[in-house]
Design a protein. Sequence first.
Length: 394
Amino acid sequence: MGSLNIEKLRSETPGCKNVVHFNNAGAALPPLAVTNSMKEHLELEASIGGYEAAQAAVDKSEKIYDLAAKLINCDREEIAFVENATRAWDMAFYSLKFNKGDRIITAMSEYASNYLAFLHCAKHTGAVIDVVENDSFGQLDVGDLKNKINDKVKLIAITHIPTQGGLVNPAEEVGKIAKENNILYLLDTTQSVGQMPIDVKKIGCNFLCATGRKYLRGPRGTGFLYASKEILDQCDPPFIDLHSATWVSDNDYILNSSAHRFETWEQNITGKIGLGVAIDYALKLGLEKIWERIQFLSDYFRQQLSEIPAIELHDLGVNKCGIVTFTFKGKKVGEIQQYLSKRKINVSISLEEYARLDLSARHLPALVRASVHYYNTEEEIKTFCEAIKSMLNT
């Protein structure tokens, strides 16, 4: 396997000249190819009009379906372009009909937005939320999941890589259990698509949501939903329009036969083009190479941080990803973020309310989250650690 040309990739990423960016799990720095494609389309819209520009660029905007399908190994008809991963997840979840007593199985590490939807559904339908315990490594316990399966389970919905740490949940093992028991499986890959190879055939999920702004290095306000063609007929979207359905008579309509039933007619064409370019960029680099580089950097990052007094690492799981989380004894996470920001080092924070089941159980009200991407360097990690060390004396 050939290595990535980091110097070239950084030269194609203008932001690398301005900041040390360890907030890739929030929004990564985009490459020039992405921003240039978007500027070009915005200029076209300004020159000839929005509708006319969309028609002129239809070949560019439609590439997203083939590229996203290639990225996760599915058919283009199974891809819907949406404005973010949360909306993609919501469109899938709320397309399912739950009755009183139906069970939704999820994990301890589940993200707040998803769990709030479970609570909302439970409140209005009488469905029951069932949380799988963690194993000794802090990841979803596959054995406990098996024990929770019965004929009342309607859905298994988990997050592949939770927002609050380096954990990678065993998505393929969950998929096997779901398939064996004929249970629908919704996987949130907001933090994993673009960071590592994702194959929906191997994973066995029926739905998958992804965002553009994180590890794909695409624009904000973009994402996509995968909905398996085998289960599309079971999906009744929570709302429809003249794009997702056809008005065939005064009193009837027909839903789009593809995943486009989850889309709306009005779309951010500029963002759609930019997301397609971002996916193409990642595919050309190779997801295996990207994943190898991210694992190397995050392992190095954790090793360097572990040598600093007062730093405690909090990443769970057997296999860890590019998200590195820690606390600093005697320092508040907001204080750390602000201190680093003044030195042009970007990080984010994860609060208890973002993943209440997980962080409350670990008595962690907040964490500093530093997330690496392939364009980051060992030198930047050293710069980061030197800045943290300098806080020891403040």
